[in-house]
Design a protein around this ligand. Structure first.
Ligand SMILES: [Zn+2]
Length: 294
């Protein structure tokens, strides 16, 4: 089942809905960054949050959803494009604690304080806003963010369900947002039990994809647009070369003299770009310091 987000409209109440299933994307992120259980589960939620927020945007907009906290997890960064590509990382990939179920589940990993910040990049124009964490539970803190910062009536719910030994058994989320002239009472009613309805619908829907989940959550509501989602990065061997070039000739010369080759690991996707001696010579050449190959 490929990951995607489907968008729909609740016509009676003028509410727009985005439904995301990101199970494969979350597992891909876990593998790329070698995430232990709790880190992988928080990152899965971060990917859902970022992708759902990006689904509200148009064209080439990107959303950067960042969480910083004083607990062992330290935070995460997610970069989501409206057209479906998503990437990011967890600051501490090694958090492996057993998180007991319940409202305070994430406090042991997230700590006592922190904030969420959202950067919207609409292709040259940037909008940034942030709020303090108050719940230490991503979905609740995102709802707090929408209330205080975005000021468009919005409700989001996320779920990461275990299946046997697989901690990322099913990864899914839903976002409901008011359009102008929306029925806000209807949104309140939906918001009241959205999380438990999401949880039950995800549990019951098998196989799970975004269209099936939309049908389970909002029976009879047609999907308008489906956007495939995948973990994808903008890094390349050439960009890794440029990164090294920015260190300057002296540094690159030191690498040539001491290591002979190197590798640049992309922070966002974990890809290791090998930089050979020949590549290093090419960089020195570009920097105006051609190598004496003796
Ligand atoms: Zn990358």
């Amino acid at each position: 089942m490929a990951d995607s987000i489907v968008r729909a409209l609740l016509q009676d109440s003028n509410l727009k809905v985005s439904v995301a299933v990101l199970t494969q994307t979350a597992r891909d992120g876990r593998q790329r960054h070698h995430l232990k259980a709790a880190s992988a589960s928080l990152f899965a939620q971060g990917l859902l949050g970022g992708a759902l927020m990006a689904s509200l945007q148009k064209g080439e907009t990107r959303i950067n959803l960042q969480l910083e906290c004083d607990g062992p997890m330290r935070g995460f960064f997610v970069d989501a494009a409206a057209e479906g590509d998503i990437r990011g990382y967890v600051k501490n990939p090694d958090v492996d604690m057993e998180l007991s179920e319940g409202v305070f589940q994430w406090r042991a990993a997230l700590g006592n304080s922190g904030f969420i910040s959202v950067l919207r990049d609409t292709g040259g124009e940037y909008y940034r806003s942030s709020v303090e964490l108050i719940s230490m539970r991503l979905a609740d803190d995102l709802n707090h963010y929408f209330k205080t910062s975005d000021q468009v009536a919005t409700r989001v719910a996320l779920t990461v369900q275990r299946e046997g030994k697989e901690g990322l058994g099913k990864v899914a989320g839903v976002l409901v947002q008011a359009l102008p002239d929306a029925d806000l009472e209807a949104l309140k009613r939906i918001a009241g039990d959205l999380e438990s309805r999401l949880h039950d619908a995800v549990e019951k829907t098998d196989p799970l994809d975004a269209n099936a989940l939309l049908a389970a959550l909002f029976p009879g509501v047609p999907s308008m647009i489906e956007t495939p989602v995948r973990f994808a990065c903008t890094c390349s061997h050439e960009r890794a070369m440029t990164t090294l070039e920015s260190l300057g000739a002296t540094e690159v010369q030191t690498i040539v003299d001491t290591l002979g080759s190197t590798a640049v690991t992309c922070q966002f996707c974990g890809t290791k770009h090998e930089i050979s001696l020949k590549d290093l010579w090419a960089i020195l050449e570009r920097l105006g310091h051609p190598q004496h190959r003796n």
